[in-house]
Write a protein that binds this ligand. Structure first.
Ligand SMILES: Nc1ncnc2c1ncn2[C@@H]1O[C@H](COP(=O)(O)OP(=O)(O)OP(=O)(O)O)[C@@H](O)[C@H]1O
Length: 221
């Protein structure tokens, strides 16, 4: 039997706050299978981004276990977590986090190069399918928000990571553009066989995913 791409069991996470620690996650468990698409919904402040950061090995839970691509995160030091992240996870953030000094082509290639999996033909194809071919020599500041978002998606997918984690990847786009970008993400994920978890506020977009998970008061409902 193949292992799930992600397993998380009983995750808790608190943050310090002026009036005492605030518990953001209070025992969250989930699994993500290969090729599965999961929408993560919940009110603002319900802990969606926090959970995504834990699953992507960007932060560690206070308690609970996570396996990512077959590896337990618990025993890993920061260097080992960073390596696993490079190899196994593509991340798309709401703020894109493109590298200002690199043009579009180099931004798309960046993550794949770090992972040692740069494939020029695939990068070119991705740029074309994301409608970026004419823009490959532009710099992030010369792009619209929607164009930057597409570069961020291309960068996350260029290394064909087994796991793609996206935090409101279409949050700053108008409805029609958001639909197009999501169509493309779902198609590319299906082609690469990756598993996808996307945080979204949109019920309309969440309905397009294979599975949905709703967070409320730090727990899955
Ligand atoms: N690094 C941090 N330090 C302190 N508090 C934090 C930190 N990160 C998140 N929080 C708090 O944890 C709670 C959950 O935040 P999180 O960003 O996970 O929610 P969210 O569901 O993604 O919200 P939104 O939909 O508004 O993006 C919030 O109350 C937030 O203020």
């Amino acid at each position: 039997m193949t292992q799930p791409l992600i397993t998380a069991s009983d995750l808790t996470k608190s943050f310090p706050a002026p009036g005492g620690a605030v518990q953001v996650l209070a025992g969250v468990s989930l699994t993500l299978e290969r090729g599965e698409t999961l929408a993560l919904t919940g009110e603002s402040g319900s802990g969606k981004s926090t959970l995504l950061h834990l699953l992507g090995a960007l932060d560690a839970p206070d308690s609970g276990e996570i396996t990512l691509d077959g590896k337990a995160l618990g025993g890993l030091n920061e260097a080992a977590r960073a390596k696993l992240r490079r190899q196994s996870v593509g991340l798309v953030f709401q703020q894109f986090n493109l590298i200002p000094s690199l043009d579009v082509a180099a931004n798309i290639a960046f993550q794949a190069r770090l992972a040692g999996r740069y494939d020029a033909a695939w990068a070119t194809e991705l740029a074309a399918r994301l409608g970026l071919t004419e823009l490959t020599h532009r710099y992030p500041e010369e792009l619209s928000g929607g164009q930057q978002q597409r570069v961020a998606i291309g960068r996350a997918l260029a290394g064909r990571p087994p796991v793609l984690l996206a935090d409101e990847p279409t949050g700053s786009l108008d409805e029609a553009t958001a639909d197009d970008v999501l169509d493309l993400m779902l198609a590319l994920v299906a082609e690469t066989g990756a598993g996808l978890i996307t945080v979204t506020h949109s019920e309309r977009l969440a309905a397009r995913f294979g599975r949905r998970l709703h967070l409320r008061r730090g727990q899955v409902t």
